[in-house]
Design a protein around this ligand. Structure first.
Ligand code: SF4
Length: 405
């Protein structure tokens, strides 16, 4: 997908804009005044995929804590400001790497410009963070509702204030909790400005609905080249939103894989094991190891290795056995009880030695054993490919009859 061309900005050492990889953001849920607890969560968020972390700055004690938090954090810190512009000034003084201002509740032009002048001196960016739920009242009244046009007008109004004091170090968000309206708001905004955009569905809610809404909204826009940094606003442990945000970008090939990608068949009547159970166990065991590879868990050998041949590593269930395969080639046949442990063992070796070396070290008899096992299963269950070809014949016959009539 071709990214929309934007201005480039820097939040600490993280670039945001079309020349930089799309970044993942998350937000702490601790009281900011509790410096140590907040820093602990920031570290955890960073190690689970957050490139940038936002922290609320809602009181003087929070602003004071930001001195330590911003200087000791492993990732850039953005101070989230609502209502009190003086806390924005304090956060700049504390050394944060970015600010988020809500135009819906800091509306005084003089105050906004004062913050922008200080941010300009400090060399830090401001996110103009419009939110449908806290839209500027005058604009909400004008449009009668939080429409995409209203959200964009609020963002543009704030940007003009910033630009009037030569402040261009800007990124923007126009978040809505309604996915189609969120998508429309960002599309409109992308046509009007060149600033990088921060994507998110606001108040998306708990799992799984919140995740589905976030992925639907964010992915639609990313597929159109819109969006430079993302946040999944989920009502769950923020560690999960950081992790899912990162995974989303990895699954879309927008970031390099640095975590496990476990794929698994949905299971069916042919499955020789409880695929759901094995996949869950494999996911837990492999995630703990942090292997950055794609691993497949397939319920039967009849179709498993072939269907998952793009996976770096996989296991398919045979008759009381597991066929361990690398890039679709069976390298070892193991006991059913060893399916998960053999994945972990081989995952370790692939990570250390590489795929080619592990294919070269394959058990020479494994392919034969696997073939024999697969044939036995086909004899028991019937050849699914034969069924498919018969099904095609039936369709062909039906369509011929259509033509004759
Ligand atoms: S891999 Fe086997 S068990 Fe899994 S869905 Fe396909 S045919 Fe069914």
């Amino acid at each position: 997908m071709k990214r929309r061309n934007t201005k480039q900005i820097k939040i600490g050492d993280i670039g945001v804009g079309s020349e930089f990889p799309i970044s993942v953001q998350s937000m702490t849920t601790t009281k900011t005044r509790d410096t140590e607890k907040t820093l602990e969560q920031v570290y955890e968020l960073a190690s689970n995929g957050a490139d940038i972390v936002r922290v609320t700055c809602n009181e003087v004690e929070a602003a004071t804590s930001l001195i330590q938090i911003a200087s000791r954090s492993p990732v850039p810190i953005i101070a989230d400001i609502h209502f009190q512009y003086k806390l924005a000034l304090a956060a700049i003084e504390a050394g944060v790497q970015g600010l988020r201002l809500n135009p819906g509740n800091i509306r005084n032009e003089i105050h906004i410009k004062e913050v922008a002048k200080e941010a300009l001196l400090a060399g830090i960016p401001i996110r103009v963070g419009v939110n449908a739920g806290s839209l500027d009242k005058d604009i909400a009244n004008k449009y009668g509702d939080s429409t995409p046009e209203a959200l964009v007008e609020s963002a543009i109004k704030e940007i003009r204030y910033l630009e009037q004091v030569d402040f261009n170090n800007i990124k923007i968000s126009v978040k809505h909790s309604n996915v189609p309206l969120m998508i429309e708001s960002y599309r409109l905004l992308a046509d009007r400005v060149e600033y990088p955009l921060h994507l998110g569905v606001t108040e998306a809610g708990p799992l799984p609905g919140g995740l589905i809404k976030s992925v639907a909204g964010i992915s639609t826009l990313l597929s159109e080249g819109i969006g430079d940094t993302i946040r999944l606003s989920l009502t769950t442990d923020p560690i999960e939103e950081a992790k899912y945000g990162r995974q989303l970008l990895e699954y879309l090939n927008l970031r390099e894989r640095n975590s496990l990608d476990l794929i698994a068949c949905p299971s069916c009547g042919r499955a020789e094991v409880d695929v759901i159970k094995v996949a869950k166990e494999a996911q837990e065991a492999l995630e703990e190891k942090g292997f950055p590879i794609q691993v497949a868990v397939m319920g039967c050998v009849v179709n498993g290795p072939g269907e998952a041949k793009s996976a770096d590593l996989g296991i398919a269930a045979g008759k009381n056995k597991g066929h361990l395969f690398i890039k679709g080639q069976v390298v070892k046949v193991v006991k059913e009880s060893e399916m998960v442990s053999s994945l972990v063992e081989e995952g370790e070796l692939i990570t250390k030695e590489g795929i080619e070396a592990r294919l070269a070290a394959a058990d020479k008899d494994a392919a034969k054993l696997a073939q024999k096992d697969a044939e036995e299963l086909i004899n028991m269950q019937g050849d699914i490919n034969e069924f498919k070809s018969k099904a095609r014949s039936v369709i062909e016959i039906t369509s011929k009859q259509d033509i004759d009539t």
